[in-house]
Write a protein that binds this ligand. Structure first.
Ligand code: MF3
Ligand code: CO
Ligand code: CO
Length: 259
C-alpha cells in the first residue's frame, strides 16, 4: 500500500524552515569551492554551518554514511563521501547534496558546482540537468500524475542525447529522510498516483553523458559511479504541492521556475 503523508500546516512550516536552511548551505559553500581544497574541508564547513544554526546534518550516520553531506565529482553519480584525499582541481564538476534536520523536520537539496573552467560538454550536461529539474517542477500541481514529472524529464534528457539514472529516485521527504512516494525520473505519461495538496517530495534527476547504469564502489559501499566513467550531473529541490501548483521549499534564491 502506498502511504504518502499529507503534511499539515505545522509540519509544512517546520519543513519549510529546514528546507530554507539546506538551501542556504548551498549558497554559503559556493565561495569555498575552488581548486586545491579537499572535499572533507567543504564537509567540515557545511557541518559547522548547519550545527551553528541549530540543525543536524541528516546524512551523518544515516545507514552508516560517515559525513555531513554528499560530494560527488565528475563520473560519480551520487553518494560521494567527502575525503581529505579528494582535492578539487581545475575543470572538475561536482554535486553537493545537503539534507538538514531542523527541529525534527527534513529538507533536501543539491546543485552542481564548477571548479575554475570546465569543458563545453560538462557545461552542457549541467545546463541540461538543471533544465530537467525545472521541467519536472513545472508538472507539480494537484490532480496531475506523479509520473508526468519523470515523463518530461526523460523526454528532454533523451532528446539531448543523455540518459536518465533509474536506480536512484526522488522521494517523499519532511517527517523522515526518505518517505513514499518514490519519484522516478523516467516514467510513462499519466502513470502513478495523482498529486495532492500537502504532499512534499524531492525531484532530483541524475543525468548521464553515457550509459544510465550505476556501479557502487565495493570499498565503501556508497560511491555510485557511471559504468563507463562518463560524466554525470544532478540538481535537487524539495517541493510542496500547493492549492494551485507548487512551492520550491529549498529554492532560497527564488530561481524556479526558470523561464
Ligand atoms: N541526500 C540524498 C538524497 O537526495 C541521500 C543521501 S543518503 C546518504 O536522497 F546516506 F548517502 F547520505
Ligand atoms: Co533526496
Ligand atoms: Co539529497
Amino acid at each position: 500500500m502506498m502511504n504518502i503523508i499529507i503534511k499539515n500546516e505545522e509540519q509544512i512550516e517546520g519543513i519549510r524552515k529546514s528546507s530554507k536552511l539546506a538551501g542556504e548551505v548551498l549558497l554559503y559553500i559556493d565561495g569555498f569551492v575552488k581548486e586545491g581544497v579537499s572535499t572533507n574541508y567543504l564537509d567540515q564547513l557545511i557541518h559547522n554551518y548547519i550545527v551553528e544554526r541549530g540543525g543536524i546534518p541528516a546524512t551523518m550516520n544515516y545507514n552508516g554514511f560517515p559525513k555531513s553531506c554528499c560530494i560527488s565529482l565528475n563520473e560519480i553519480i551520487c553518494h560521494g563521501i567527502p575525503s581529505d584525499d579528494v582535492i578539487l582541481k581545475n575543470g572538475d564538476i561536482l554535486n553537493i547534496d545537503i539534507t538538514t534536520i531542523l527541529y525534527g523536520y527534513y529538507g533536501d537539496t543539491s546543485k552542481m558546482y564548477i571548479v575554475g573552467q570546465t569543458s563545453e560538454k560538462a557545461d552542457k550536461l549541467i545546463a541540461a540537468t538543471k533544465h530537467c529539474l525545472n521541467l519536472g517542477i513545472q508538472q507539480v500541481r494537484p490532480g496531475n500524475y506523479l509520473g508526468n514529472i519523470g515523463h518530461v524529464i526523460s523526454r528532454y534528457a533523451i532528446s539531448q542525447g543523455y540518459s536518465v539514472v533509474y536506480e536512484y529516485c526522488g522521494h517523499g521527504v519532511g517527517i523522515e529522510f526518505h518517505e513514499e512516494p518514490q519519484v522516478d525520473h523516467a516514467a510513462r505519461k499519466n502513470s502513478g498516483p495523482k498529486l495532492k495538496q500537502g504532499m512534499i517530495f524531492t525531484i532530483e534527476p541524475m543525468i548521464n553523458e553515457g550509459k544510465p547504469r550505476v556501479k557502487v564502489d565495493e570499498s565503501d559501499g556508497w560511491t555510485a559511479r557511471t559504468i563507463d566513467n562518463k560524466l554525470s550531473a544532478q540538481f535537487e529541490h524539495t517541493i510542496l504541492v500547493t492549492e494551485k501548483g507548487y512551492e520550491v521549499l529549498t529554492d532560497v534564491s527564488n530561481e524556479y521556475p526558470i523561464t
